[in-house]
Design a protein around this ligand. Structure first.
Ligand code: IPD
Ligand code: CA
Ligand code: CA
Length: 264
C-alpha cells in the first residue's frame, strides 16, 4: 500500500472513530461541556477531545507531516499538512440537528490532496484523493454524469466574521437572480452536498481552511469547480469560497462570481 492510500484509509477510519466519540460525549456530557467563544459561537469538550484524538493518531502514523486544527492550531511542518475541523457545525451537534461533521483534509505542499467528511448522525462518509475520484460511502460521485437541474438551489453560509450587510446583499443577489438557497449551519455538510449533486453551489464569504479543505477536494474530484484565495493566505487568514456544479450556465456563474466579488 502506498503512503498516500495509507493516509486516506487512516483518515476514513479515524473520522468514524471521532464521530462515535463525539456522539458518545454528547450523550454523557457533564458540567463544563460547553463554553461560549463568542455570539452564537460555542466550543464543547468534544471539539477538543476529537481534535486531540485526530492530531495524536495522524501524527503518530505520519510523524513527518504537519497539522493544523481549529482548536489547537499548528503543530509540526512537512510536505503533507493535515487540516482538521474536529466538529464542523458545533451548534447543530449540540442541539441534535444532524448536519454536522468531522472534516479531515490534507494538503501536499500547497495543493489539495485528500479529504474525508464523516456525518455521524446521518451515517454517511465521503472521501476523495486527487486523481482517484470522490466517493460517498461506496457510490462514486461524478457531477459530469449528473446534469445541473433547473431548480437553481444553492447553499449559503454565514458567520459573524463577515458583515451582516454583505450577507444580506448575497441573499438579495441570489433570490433576485432566480435562485433559492438553504443555510444548514455546517460548511462541510454544504460542500459535501455540492459534491453529491444535492445543491448546485456553496458560497460563504469567509471560511477558515479547516472548514473547507476536505470539501474542496471532494468537489474537485467529483468534477465540480472551486474558487478561493491563494493557499498560503487561505491557511493564514481564511478566504471566500465558491464551489459549484460544473454544468452551471455562464450567466449563473457570472452572477455567483459577482456576489463573491462584492463581499466586505
Ligand atoms: C462553522 C460552520 C458554519 C459556517 C461557519 C463555520 P463551526 O463552523 O461551518 O456553517 O457558516 O463559517 O465557522 O464553528 O461549527 O466549526
Ligand atoms: Ca467549522
Ligand atoms: Ca469546528
Amino acid at each position: 500500500m502506498t503512503n498516500s492510500s495509507r493516509r486516506l484509509d487512516l483518515a476514513r477510519d479515524l473520522a468514524r472513530e471521532a464521530g462515535a466519540l463525539a456522539r458518545e460525549m454528547r450523550q454523557t456530557q457533564g458540567s463544563g461541556f460547553v463554553a461560549v467563544k463568542g455570539p452564537q459561537d460555542f466550543v464543547t469538550a468534544a471539539d477538543q477531545a476529537v481534535e486531540t484524538l485526530l492530531r495524536e493518531r495522524l501524527l503518530a502514523a505520519f510523524p513527518e507531516d504537519g497539522f493544523l486544527g481549529e482548536e489547537g492550531g499548528r503543530q509540526g511542518k512537512g510536505d503533507f499538512t493535515w487540516v482538521v475541523d474536529p466538529i464542523d457545525g458545533t451548534t447543530n451537534y449540540l442541539r441534535g440537528l444532524p448536519e454536522w461533521g468531522i472534516s479531515i483534509g490534507c494538503l501536499y505542499k500547497e495543493d489539495l490532496h485528500l479529504g474525508v467528511i464523516h456525518l455521524p448522525d446521518l451515517g454517511r462518509t465521503a472521501h476523495a484523493q486527487r486523481g482517484e475520484g470522490a466517493f460517498l460511502d461506496t457510490e462514486r460521485l461524478d457531477l459530469r454524469k449528473r446534469p445541473a437541474t433547473d431548480s437553481r438551489l444553492g447553499i449559503l453560509g454565514h458567520s459573524d466574521r463577515v458583515s451582516l450587510k454583505s450577507h444580506l446583499d448575497s441573499i438579495e443577489g441570489l433570490l433576485g437572480g432566480g435562485f433559492d438557497y438553504r443555510r444548514q449551519g455546517s460548511a462541510c455538510f454544504g460542500l459535501l452536498a455540492v459534491a453529491a449533486g444535492w445543491a448546485d453551489f456553496y458560497f460563504e464569504a469567509h471560511l477558515n481552511p479547516w472548514d473547507a479543505i476536505a470539501g474542496l477536494v471532494l468537489i474537485l474530484e467529483a468534477g465540480g469547480t472551486v474558487n478561493h484565495g491563494a493557499m498560503q493566505a487561505f491557511l493564514e487568514a481564511g478566504s471566500p469560497v465558491l464551489a459549484a456544479h460544473p454544468g452551471l450556465e455562464n450567466a449563473t456563474r457570472d452572477l455567483l462570481e459577482g456576489i463573491a466579488s462584492r463581499v466586505r
